[in-house]
Design a protein. Structure first.
Ligand code: PAF
Length: 281
């Protein structure tokens, strides 16, 4: 496995790569959820294909009061995991490489990014779109794999790839969970033992709420159960159209129940899909 640090090194490697290049973009601090994304990329690339994992803690997607400086950095074990799961190359650039001095160009998706996490974290998805567009341009993959835990991010990247004619396949991978249901995340390591125990109530609440019959009851039940089980009021709980992310008044479209909660200092997000219950008239 090669470790590449600059767009020039990446381009030289890319020139030797066969046609089927699959990218897994990450910010490092890799866990079993990322391993599953790399496995999916390996399967999609096939034996003759090439899997590239990018590791870059992207400063532009962190707000001024967020955890950029303390975001976990575990490069050595990340490289071991990438190698063990069959990655052919890791692209791990510096911040100056990705954002050269005096840079003034950003990519802003202006529809899907307005609500949910976008409303709580101004500028976050602008940073995500900008860095992912840069990675697509540098690596020129045929496909890229993203986790469904970040459902809004996945929808926005699909939209950006379509709108800007990137001409690659965006693959969503199901959320990988701990035994008690908590979605795997690099930020889970911030949780204290007590917070980690309470965090298990978050996915359980979303799942239980899906048994309610209408959108208001679903959102109400999830909100109450998250608050009671985690000891923290959710930042948002919303039932939205799975494609447009617009709030749903009736369960007549494929839907997503999405939520965020801050337990102590750690912000967790999760979502669950719901099939339509009534035929559209
Ligand atoms: O999901 C992430 O880890 C990041 O938002 C991504 C897509 C790697 C962009 O920095």
């Amino acid at each position: 496995m090669r470790k590449l640090g600059t767009p020039a090194e990446m381009a030289a490697f890319r020139a030797t790569a066969p046609s089927n290049v699959v990218l897994v973009p990450t910010m490092g601090a890799l866990h079993a959820g990322h391993a599953a994304l790399i496995d999916a990329a390996r399967a999609r690339a096939g034996t003759g294909g090439t899997v590239v994992v990018s590791i870059f803690v992207n400063p532009t997607q962190f707000g001024p009061t967020e955890d950029l400086t303390k975001y976990p950095r575990t490069m050595e074990s990340d490289l071991e995991m990438c190698d063990a799961h069959g990655a052919d190359a890791v692209f791990a650039p510096s911040a100056d490489t990705m954002y050269p001095p005096g840079d003034s160009t950003f990519v802003d998706e202006t529809g899907l990014s307005r609500g949910l996490c976008g409303a709580q974290r101004p500028g976050h998805f602008r940073g995500v779109c900008t860095v992912v567009a840069k990675l697509f341009n540098i690596i020129r993959p045929h496909a890229a794999v993203f986790g469904e835990k970040d459902y809004q991010q996945l929808a926005i990247i699909r939209r950006m790839a379509r709108d800007l004619f990137f001409g690659l396949e965006i693959i969503g991978h199901p959320t990988v969970r701990e035994a008690d249901g908590l979605a795997m995340s690099s930020r889970n390591r911030y949780l204290t033992t007590d917070e980690r125990r309470r965090a298990a109530a978050f996915p359980a609440a979303l799942s239980a709420a899906t048994r309610e019959s209408d959108p208001a009851q679903i959102v109400g039940k999830a909100t109450d159960m998250i608050t009671a089980g985690t000891g923290a009021e959710p930042q948002y709980v919303e039932l939205v159209d799975a494609e447009t992310l617009a709030p749903l008044a009736a369960l007549d479209h494929p839907a997503v129940l999405a939520a965020a909660v801050k337990i102590g200092e750690t912000r967790l997000i999760d979502n669950v899909r719901l099939a339509p219950r009534h035929a559209k008239v």
